[in-house]
Design a protein around this ligand. Structure first.
Ligand code: 9WO
Length: 258
């Protein structure tokens, strides 16, 4: 996947190009990430990329011309047919489904805004998708762009080994649309708390059922709306039974009945 990011803070992207799973994907050329700075495309002495909003009010707006030149440069690097994505709280909510769809693209340009945002005419003319990573305001689109890049990178072929295969996670595989089950490692006892016996049993079928039950139960407790989505897709009989068991076992917990 070839990615370009329009950003006034290109160094921020070292956070993902130099570390972890995304860093390895970049080193192995499964992902290329080219920051393009609109400031490099200004012609005035001060490198002006922002201006006062028409209609008045506080803050500044990113000017079209440096963005348009930066976008042309970005497309010349990743491909003229690239999908152009603007990260904004006004966008479509990011979900694993949307990540999976975007990860299929081989060329993407991300736009990370600053100040109060970018001139609406640039969005109308050039942006294909507006995407939000959540209902909060940040000081710029760089962190949301990195969130999206990280999520896409782990869906690229060969980026994850089967050790931490993407199909094992919450939101994909058997635990599709469910929260993850709890995880444990050594020691078997910590501060009087024990690892559940079933996980030490070596009974792989019992362990699979326990994990599925925990995933269903936690989703029911913490994110019931996700369970509705899964029910629509069809909760199987085993899942119905496991969730009923979980609810029965937790019916005396204060947290569930209030
Ligand atoms: C500022 C603001 C102030 C009052 C009411 C609403 C407001 N919206 C914004 C705003 O969108 N500022 C942005 C800052 C301009 C573009 C880059 N910035 C940004 C992107 N902040 N948060 C995001 C973002 C992007 C994707 N998903 C979540 C947040």
């Amino acid at each position: 996947m070839q990615l370009a990011v329009l950003t006034l803070f290109p160094q921020m992207f070292a956070a993902i190009t130099e570390h972890g799973v995304t860093g390895r994907a970049v080193r192995e050329s499964k992902l290329t990430l080219t920051p393009v700075n609109p400031r490099d495309f200004t012609t005035d002495r001060h490198g002006t990329v922002d201006d006062r909003p028409f209609g008045g009010g506080p803050g500044m707006v990113m000017k079209i011309e440096p963005l348009a030149k930066a976008l042309a440069s970005a497309k010349s690097i990743v491909g003229e047919d690239a999908l152009v994505v603007y990260l904004t709280p006004q966008g479509e909510p990011l979900t694993q489904g949307l990540v999976d769809e975007l990860a299929q693209r081989s060329n993407v340009v991300l736009i990370a805004g600053r100040y109060e945002g970018i001139d609406e005419r640039f969005i109308e003319a050039e942006v294909h998708r507006e995407i939000s990573i959540g209902d909060y305001v940040l000081s710029g689109g760089e962190l949301p762009a990195m969130v999206l890049i990280d999520a896409m990178a782990r869906k690229l072929p060969g980026v994850l080994g089967h050790q931490d295969s993407a199909t094992q996670d919450s939101f994909s595989g058997e635990l599709d649309n469910l929260l993850d089950c709890p995880h444990y490692t050594r020691p078997v006892e910590y501060a009087g708390r024990h690892v559940p016996d079933v996980l030490l049993s070596g009974n792989h079928e019992a362990i699979r059922r326990w994990r599925l039950k925990q995933a269903l139960g936690r989703t029911w407790q913490r994110r019931p709306e996700l369970l509705q989505a899964r029910r629509a897709a069809g909760l199987c009989k085993e899942e119905d039974a496991l969730l009923a068991e979980y609810i029965e076992e937790h019916s005396t917990d204060k947290s569930n009945t209030e």
